[in-house]
Design a binder for this molecule. Structure first.
Ligand code: FAD
Length: 462
């Protein structure tokens, strides 16, 4: 069988990026993928399809709520769900085929099938055993559920089922107010579904800046999403035509039930490492089922590396990609590096939510001397013109040195705006550096500059 410098197991954003970078660095590379198409969770059932449905449903929302205000009259569009799903599938196909093209271009062999590692230096796919000087495990993650809940991907669904429901449900219960639940909840809410979110904690999107959490929940409520907070789901009964969710309120332990046509279980994801044979190899795992690695993504077995959702850290496509590139560079003898302090997080609802670095709560807890510069999109001309003035930019900077420590944006294009702050943080910039940078008018980016100005002598348009 063929001999490779590197075999990557899994073709998600971690795996395919690692494979491409390995090939670019002159290493003979193969990538094993068990799915029919390349691209992993992200391209097939994650980032890309969810963003396609968010885009389509947002267009409907704009037509229904804002077109007439701008003098665009006429019949509001109606929803052809089958076509919307076909559009989403087409977007997936364009993206997965794009990876196939990049593999061919970079002369990467796609070993089709499920791979395992019988011993260090060998990867088995079907009956074939291939030699590999280095192996990168990028096997990703799968949706996790709660005890008492059986997923059938029809009535009780994970995000995968929610991306291809046969019809738009009248009522949907979303269990878990994290990123995936709120994005998909928004999609269905815009399409006319009554969406009720049940969350165990008292705030949505755990770990996010508290001020953003509150504003975000209010804006989602204004859009029609309902929330039951501090509620522990006990069970979901889907034996009848409707699902019945039983939950207990944490404040008084009282038990309640709620009915829905579809229940979306979005309570997080867990690493997926089934069938790889890691146990037999003696590869160390964390209690949460993540593969343990050193700072160069190498496991305790020499020549076997791991990256992406199956190791520690935020389960994000761009984190997996960065690790893929850096791990390839380490294998090629270069200095691969990932700055885990500057990994942005984005929620693609409307408005979008984005963050990087530390939250105000974390700074308080660390006893850090910090200052806050905040600017509302109400003071941004472009946002007002585009009916997108909800939200704000908040920059946190060190009180003594002015160095930017974190940023939190809720507002239009937040997921794009955050990157100038990421770049600034990578360069160790101060809030004043951002404030002194000329920003084109009229752009949403001016709100970032104004927040930076607010860290100093004050914003102009507030
Ligand atoms: P994955 O993308 O999970 O890929 C792993 C691949 O490995 C899979 O294709 C699997 O089939 C394959 N595999 C596993 N084991 C084997 C084996 N033994 N042999 C062969 N193949 C194997 N992240 C963002 O950053 N932005 C977003 O907007 C976003 N939206 C999301 C929306 C949803 C609905 C979901 C579910 C996730 C979303 N994510 C998002 C998270 C993102 O998809 C993951 O963080 C990312 O895909 C992780 O990449 P990965 O390469 O580690 O693994």
């Amino acid at each position: 069988m063929a001999q490779y410098d590197v075999i990557v197991i899994g073709s998600g954003p971690g795996g395919y990026v690692a494979a491409i970078r390995c090939a670019q660095l002159g290493l003979k590379t193969a990538c094993v993928e068990g799915r029919e198409t390349l691209g992993g969770t992200c391209l097939n059932v994650g980032c890309i399809p969810s963003k396609a449905l968010l885009h389509a449903s947002h267009q409907l929302h704009e037509a229904e709520h804002n077109f007439a205000k701008m003098g665009l009259k006429g019949k509001s569009p109606s929803v052809d769900w089958k076509q919307m799903l076909a559009y989403k599938d087409d977007v997936i196909s364009q993206n997965t085929k794009g990876i196939e093209f990049l593999f061919k271009k970079n002369k990467i062999d796609w070993l089709k099938g499920w791979g395992s590692i019988p011993e260090a230096g060998k990867v088995k796919v079907g009956d074939d055993v291939h030699d590999a000087k280095n192996i990168i495990v990028a096997s990703g993650s799968e949706a996790s559920s709660l005890p008492g809940i059986e997923i059938d991907e029809k009535v009780v669904v994970t995000s995968t089922g929610a991306l291809e429901l046969p019809k738009i449900p009248k009522k949907m219960i979303v269990i878990g107010a994290g990123v995936i639940g709120l994005e998909l909840g928004s999609v269905y809410s815009r399409l006319g579904t009554e969406v009720e979110v049940i969350e165990f904690l008292d705030a949505i999107t755990p770990g996010m800046d508290g001020e953003v959490q509150k504003t975000f929940q209010k804006l989602l409520q204004k859009q029609g999403l309902k929330f039951t907070m501090g509620a522990a789901v006990q069970s979901v009964d889907a034996s009848k035509s409707k699902a019945k969710v039983t939950y207990k309120l944490r404040k008084d332990d009282s038990e309640h039930t709620m009915d829905a046509d579809v229940v979306l279980v979005s309570t997080g994801r867990r690493p997926y490492t089934d069938g790889l044979g890691l146990d037999a190899l003696g590869i160390e795992m964390s209690q949460r089922g993540q593969i343990k690695t050193d700072s160069h993504w190498q496991t305790n077995v020499k020549g076997i590396y791991a990256i992406g959702d199956c190791i520690d850290g935020p389960m994000l496509a761009h984190k997996a990609e960065d690790e893929g590139m850096a791990c390839a560079e380490v294998i090629a003898g270069k200095a691969g590096h990932v700055n885990y302090g500057v990994i942005p997080g984005v929620i693609y609802t409307h408005p979008e939510v984005a963050n990087v670095g530390q939250t105000e709560e974390q700074l308080k807890e660390a006893g850090r001397n910090y200052k806050v510069g905040k600017f509302s999109f109400m003071g941004n001309g472009r946002a007002k013109a585009n009916f997108a003035a909800d939200g704000f930019v908040k920059i946190l900077a060190d009180k003594d040195t002015d160095r930017i420590l974190g940023a939190h944006i809720i507002g239009p294009m937040a997921g794009d705006l955050i990157h100038e702050i990421c770049v600034a943080m990578e360069f160790g910039a101060s809030a004043e550096d951002l404030a002194l940078t000329c920003h084109a008018h009229p752009t949403y980016s001016e709100a970032v500059r104004e927040a930076a100005l607010a860290c100093g002598d004050g914003a102009i348009h507030m």
